[in-house]
Ligand binder design. Sequence first.
Ligand code: IVH
Length: 677
Amino acid sequence: MTRGQTPAAQAQRLRVQLDRANHRYYALDDPEISDEAYDALLDELRRLEAEHPDLVTPDSPTQRVGAAPVDRLQKVEHLQAMLSLPNVRAAEELRQWVARMRAHLAREGIEDPAIEYVVEPKVDGLAISLIYRDGVLDRGATRGDGRIGEDVTHNLRTIASIPHRIEGAPALLEVRGEVYMSLHDFTALNERRAQAGESTFMNPRNSAAGTIRQLDPKLAARRPLSFWAYQVGVTDGLTLDTHWEALAWLADHGFPVNGDVALKTSEDDVIAQCQSWEKRRGALDFEIDGAVVKVSDLGLQRRLGSVGRDPRWAVAWKFAPTTAVTKLEAIRWNVGRSGDLHPFAVLEPVRVGGVTIKLATLHNEEDLRRKDIRPGEDVIVLRAGDVIPQVVSPAPHVAEHRRRPPRPRPPARCPFCDTQTVKPEGVVFTRCPNRDCPERRWQLLTHFCSRGGMDIAGLGDKQVAMLQKRELVRTPADFYTLTEEQLLPLERFAESSVRNLLDAIEDSKRRPFDRVLFAVGIEEVGEVTAANLAVHFGDIDALLAAPAEAIAEVPGIGEKTAAVIREALDEEGMRALVAALRAHGLQFAHDGAGALDGPLAGKVLVLTGTLPELSREQATERIRAAGGRVSGSVSAKTDYLVAGDSPGSKLAKAQRLDVAVIGEAELLALLVSSAPG
Ligand code: IVH
């Protein structure tokens, strides 16, 4: 022990030294001491804390290896909503954004202001809010729905580039930024996992997101996450005039700020800067999916305000979707539950936009013919955002080949049951006509158990395949006759999981009528249509007896679809399935109780994008239970569009039609606020 120093003072001195070293290393990229010296200081502090456990503080650098696990992630309300960003995809759209801003300011009486813009990379990780009280990291949370996030402080403390303590801080300081995984850390982590026989992560974003929501911080500590600060949020005791100044303040106080953020004064310069990020994209050690442009003046930001969840003063310049060229190795065919053969592409593995692609979808034979892609040739593949990769066309140099390989054709025999395939007149799909085709049966069985259907936990794709192989199930009704004796001898069905599974199967009998209607796999009947059919007809007998014209009266169902549904309902197999499930006690009548006078009675809602908490099915169920109706498309009759992350074209349409756009939090509020009682 250093003479004259108490253990407490000594610990404090070590922490200051370690914090400074961290800052130099992570924020400034300019280390002051060697790794060995750093480790020696850390060891000394560890020893001291082991001898005097009462000296351990949550902000101690030793805690970066992970403190005790938490039971569950607590919900926390953000001090100020965490907004999202509207997108622009081209120079013209960026100019329109500026024009809209200027028009808004003019209405506010601010004519033709000089505007400075900050251009930053849009790092592909996840947004985090950090709260410092009196300079000490107090809490860190995920964005969640923008209003309510999850407390992930325990994991954030393990991230080396997030300061636990800052000097000269105001009483309250919120710092927002992105937690991400660098490409080299991601590759190394996946290599380690592969060697250890563990599953590998899809992409850096997924692995960062999966890590940050872990309950045990020791796990997070072993996965190398990084952080970039991009905004000062709520403060008490700190006044800043511009965002540019805020970034400088953050960098000065130990936060990592991307070194290439830039201040620009003209639209042209902003556009050039965004384009330059787009060019550099492939050369960076982290993934970016765009650039962010922000008005720097915080006074102007306040005057501009926000519309819904989007600020007027910032936009994301989204990059064009990523493409790559690779060899098309083969076209293979899947069989759907109604027998349709769907082509898909088997590719020589290639990295596109941060993930390795081996398979890509093709919609149908028509799609295959139109694209004129041929096995053995190079093709262009595209991955836009989170969507499933697609094959776009042959690679340009393919046209130079004098002799091209033959066009792929649908197989003459079903790849799964060897039955001769058929192609009915006027239909886009070649089909396997065999109702007993094991693949068709498997597709129906897994659809039946899926989350939108009977949602039977423990009956995933593999389990269903095994039960099918052992000939324990052939139709969905057979799930309800399974016994403990049949299941126990099966691999991977231990005693307790067999009991859980049988309970889950029993429990599924309580799923409402509309879920049953979806689960039995009637052609053209998705979740929304099933719900509408259930409400319209009330029970299965009315539906089974309804002529096609009556079915066409259901919202969202046209004449053609009604005819297909009618035909599907008349199939012998469908009748037998319904009868058997009914005998097992599944719900075949709509339980409309309360629905007509709930808080959303008479309201029409449309869902788009991924909601932070609720699945599509859960949201639909909650809305219906509150008397609302969920429709598949936005129209003037829509009351609310519930928009989550990556909303599709529905959002633009809703804005055009002036339909109210709400988030999950607002939806939940609507469900309870006007609830009776
Ligand atoms: S600013 C109103 N700046 O992009 C300001 N966001 O939809 C909103 N992101 O999930 C955020 N890099 O996590 C901002 N330099 C940056 C960013 C950034 C990435 C993410 C953010 C959020 C999404 C915004």
